[in-house]
Design a protein around this ligand. Structure first.
Ligand SMILES: [Zn+2]
Length: 299
């Protein structure tokens, strides 16, 4: 069985063709065709996938596909809403399956990224892990005993919207106030550098670069923002206790320096045991989503 992994984003769609074992054979990327609604978008995805598979000389009938989407996906593949794409109330996996005439399974995009890291990335060989993606927002996915934890309502691993910060004054995109997403994401780091110390760094990368170069206030900002992630990861430890924490996303490009700050913010919190979750940087970069979707394609 050849696997197709699709990562549906707000601006681009990525798709990859993988062997049964997870070797990437081919990939393609194209703009998200939002103008013709859900039907137009799915037709466009189907035609790009069809072309990619044809070019590799693989019979489409030997393939199964997985698609990661930027919103909660319930058990059974139902999607209540993907606000970014203006999509509501549907079974997109089934619709794409009908277009391609192959099995298609659907999951949340952060869960797909986590499953990718688990399959062929930083989590390879582990039994349980959480992958946290620090990008524009905070995404996360949990793998337990080799299965992604999607949850009964599609909220499994949605760590970005746990309440962590009672001092937050602004409202999160989800409608709540004080979400992890608001403080530990790249946007959050940049916002708090301004808010806490009025630092002249417009992006999280600038804050990280300055901190590495010795700017004490930039480092304080990072430690402040990541302290909330440390607390959230301690809660994850007390709920599902994975062996491994994988940190990915744009912010993780700050490398071991940032990983150490995150680990420091977590390591002294649990008191019931001296054992600690292991921390690693993600290794698949932008391919994590297509890789995990491809893994999810076949149960
Ligand atoms: Zn939120």
């Amino acid at each position: 069985m050849t696997r197709i992994g699709i990562d549906l984003g707000g601006t681009t769609v990525k798709a990859g063709l993988f062997t049964e074992e997870g070797q990437l054979l081919s990939k393609t990327e194209f703009p998200t065709a939002r103008e013709n609604g859900r039907t137009g978008l799915l037709s466009d995805i189907a035609s790009h996938v069809w072309t990619m598979v044809l070019e590799q000389g693989v019979p489409l009938s030997d393939c199964a596909a997985g698609i990661g989407v930027p919103g909660p996906v319930e058990e059974g593949g139902y999607t209540e809403a993907i606000p970014n794409l203006g999509i509501r109330d549907c079974y997109m996996g089934r619709e794409l399956s009908a277009l391609l005439d192959i099995p298609v399974r659907i999951l949340n995009d952060a869960n797909a990224a986590a499953f990718g890291e688990y399959w062929t990335g930083a989590g390879r060989g582990s039994r349980s892990m959480i992958c946290v993606t620090l990008g524009t927002g905070v995404g996360a996915g949990i793998v337990l005993n080799g299965e992604i934890v999607g949850g009964a309502h599609g909220l499994g691993g949605e760590l970005g919207h746990v309440f962590v910060n009672p001092d937050e004054t602004e409202r999160c995109g989800c409608g709540a106030t004080g979400c992890l997403d608001q403080v530990a994401s790249a946007n959050g780091v940049a916002r708090y550098a301004k808010k806490l110390y009025d630092l002249p760094y417009p992006t999280a990368k600038d804050v990280c670069d300055a901190a590495k170069a010795g700017d004490a206030l930039a480092e304080k900002t990072l430690r402040y923002c990541m302290s909330f992630l440390g607390k959230a990861l301690c809660m994850v430890g007390y709920t599902v206790d994975p062996e491994l924490v994988v940190i990915g996303g744009g912010l993780s490009k700050a490398g071991p320096y940032l990983l150490d700050i995150i680990y420091d913010s977590y390591k002294d919190l649990p008191k019931l045991t001296t054992k600690r979750m292991q921390f690693k940087l993600a290794t698949l970069g932008n391919d994590a989503g297509i890789t995990g979707a491809a893994r999810y394609a076949v149960k």
